[in-house]
Design a protein around this ligand. Sequence first.
Ligand SMILES: Nc1ncnc2c1ncn2[C@@H]1O[C@H](COP(=O)(O)OP(=O)(O)OP(=O)(O)O)[C@@H](O)[C@H]1O
Ligand SMILES: [Mg+2]
Length: 305
Amino acid sequence: MGQTQTNNQKMIWTIGGGKGGSGKSFITANIGICLSKLGVRVILIDADLGGANLHTFLGISPPAITLSDFIKKRVPFLRDVLIPTAIPNLQLLTGAQDLLNAMDAKSVQKRRLVRSIQTLESDTILVDLGAGNSLNVLDFFLMSDGGILVVTPEPTSVENTYRFLKSAFYRRLRQTVSSPSVKALIDGAMDRKNERGIQTPHELIKEVRRVDEGEADRLIEEAEAFRPNLILNQVRSKKDIEIGFSIRSACLKYFGLRLHYLGYVVYDQEVNNSIRRRRPLVLENSRSRAAQCVIEIASKLANSR
Ligand SMILES: Nc1ncnc2c1ncn2[C@@H]1O[C@H](COP(=O)(O)OP(=O)(O)OP(=O)(O)O)[C@@H](O)[C@H]1O
Ligand SMILES: [Mg+2]
């Protein structure tokens, strides 16, 4: 991950993190629309495989053709399951209920899907990962150029975010090293009650150094390159806004991770109203406070391309 770009300047952003209902799909759909309005070719991928509903945020009925058709090889290319939307520059690729189980079994399928996503013709791809931190979700989060966590100011959401980040970070570290004993150390560290008492990535790297200097250096490089992004959603007060900065500081202090705070989106009844009307907020009511916040974040993403 990190802010690296693929060959043709394509950016893949994955939106995930922790808790259900934090606003991942609302933010993915509306950021996608903002970018498409800026002339960026956008593909939205609904990888919330258990509860795909990104289409609803765009005012589209559940599509008949889904990722499942690609996974099960009913169509040869991922581009065959792309759905045009009424919005210029914006295409949708939607998930399927049965996909998660199918992919858990076969990581070959997962790799095929990731490779195919990377070759899709587009300027920006936004992947809505859904909630949770299953291995599939973590792997998709890590495949992207930029992972974005959507967090709400509640302690439970913040807690889930740390858990998600720790799992993603350790999984990434695990993928980096080749030594089985170092892999075992990382696996051990995932358990908070591990016998070596490793509680943070800092402590993990210290332990790894005792076993293998080279691997410890590689882990430090990976930690440097791992730069997830954070959006705080459903903010109701100035104090809430500060939570984004607190999470950033805590990540640096305890994980040695540089988290990028992309910004916040206020809690706004207009979000609800737009969803009920099945009209995207940034189109329906672009002057609303929440839409203004989303527009600002989208322009930051556009500038980071
Ligand atoms: N900024 C906001 N202001 C007010 N309500 C919001 C805001 N963001 C999201 N919501 C509300 O939260 C609900 C959940 O949003 P959304 O479906 O985008 O979350 P999600 O993270 O994708 O959930 P899931 O994990 O279940 O996929 C929406 O129906 C909407 O009513
Ligand atoms: Mg969702």
